[in-house]
Design a protein around this ligand. Structure first.
Ligand code: X2X
Length: 336
């Protein structure tokens, strides 16, 4: 990394970037790996990743130095996925739905209104549905750790009007992450979705390029989206999580004992991150109201009926295929 690039990053990260491993153990690490993610420093993803990297440094006696790069510092999600594939970045956390651009099966947990609650999500993602997705991911030269991390059930925010019924979304200029599933849901709801990476979301809302976005409460709070959005409509329209991905070659360069330790640490951190994120997603409504957001519970039956009548479920059942769809429905009940 050049001096200029480094100082730029340190400036942008306000000093929060992990310090390069500089010899608490007296020498340079044997493996210097980067872990990039798109979350603010105060989000549980970053807190747990940072704690995990500290534990890895000490438990490997400094052999493995995993540097955490929060806030899309190394590039937006689309760029970072390319870097992960080429080996420029060794670890990256990515929403399965964005990964869908490379691994079509990975979008399946984002089917609208599929999961009723967290217990059904974890049963599916720690069970056969997650196993099916990870098998597809592994065909693309990437490794996915067993336990997916929580992003959460997603809610819609807007600067213009609350969303109650499906009609309220008509023509709404809403930002969605770059993913066929996200575009499909909001097109089916007659909104006007635009794909924008998370790194550009705050400014897109601030400059009114779009009037709306959707994310779990933990993100609306930690990324301060309440500063540029007025209405928060509780829709729970899908559940989204972060696969912890590794470049296969880089991962396999680690000796077997380190590979095992790294996998274990990622999966242990997942359990803590899930608990912390779920607590935020469940409890932040009051704080967001105090910050000035107007909150309403949307009529989700109306939204779901609109998806059905638009042919959303039939379309995605055909795309994912009968086998994958039946695995999904084992955990969600009948969706079509
Ligand atoms: O891009 C988003 O909205 C985010 C942060 O939720 C994801 O990573 C999918």
């Amino acid at each position: 990394m050049s001096i200029t690039r480094r100082s730029l990053l340190i400036g942008a990260g306000a000093g929060v970037m992990a310090a390069p491993f500089s010899g608490a153990f007296g020498q340079k690490a044997e493996f210097n790996y980067k872990f990039a993610h798109n979350m603010p420093v105060t989000h549980p993803v970053n807190e747990q990743a940072t704690a995990m990297a500290d534990a890895l440094r000490s438990e490997t006696n400094g052999r493995l130095d995993l540097q955490i790069f929060p806030n899309s510092q190394l590039g937006n999600d689309t760029d970072t996925l390319s870097q992960l594939r080429s080996g420029g970045v060794e670890f990256f956390s990515l929403s399965g739905l964005i990964l869908q651009t490379l691994v079509p099966a990975a979008g399946i947990n984002g089917v609208g209104f599929a999961f009723p609650d967290y217990p059904s999500v974890w049963k599916a993602m720690d069970g056969d549905l997650g196993a099916h997705i990870r098998k597809e991911i592994s065909k693309k030269g990437l490794i996915a750790m067993d336990k997916i991390w929580d992003n959460g059930f997603r809610q819609i925010t807007t600067s213009t009007r609350p969303i109650n019924k499906a009609e309220d979304l008509k023509g709404m200029k809403i930002r969605v992450p770059p993913s066929p599933m996200w575009t499909s849901i909001f097109k089916s709801l007659d909104a006007s979705p635009t794909s924008i990476n998370f790194a550009e979301v705050y400014s897109a809302l601030q400059t009114k390029i779009v009037e709306a976005q959707e994310n779990p409460l933990a993100i609306i709070s930690t990324a301060k989206l309440y500063e540029v959005q007025k209405y928060l409509s509780i829709t729970n329209h899908m559940w989204d999580g972060y696969w912890m991905l590794a470049n296969r070659k880089a991962f396999e360069k680690l000796p077997a004992d380190l590979q095992k330790l790294v996998s274990n640490k990622f999966n242990e951190a997942a359990v803590k991150e899930r608990a912390a994120t779920e607590a935020l997603n469940t409890n932040l409504q009051k704080e967001l109201a105090d910050k000035g957001m107007t909150i309403n519970q949307a009529d989700t039956a109306s939204l779901r009926a609109k998806l059905k009548s638009a042919g959303f479920y039939a379309e995605w059942k055909a795309k994912f295929g009968d086998e994958a769809w039946s695995i999904l429905e084992r955990y969600t009940g009948n969706l079509t």
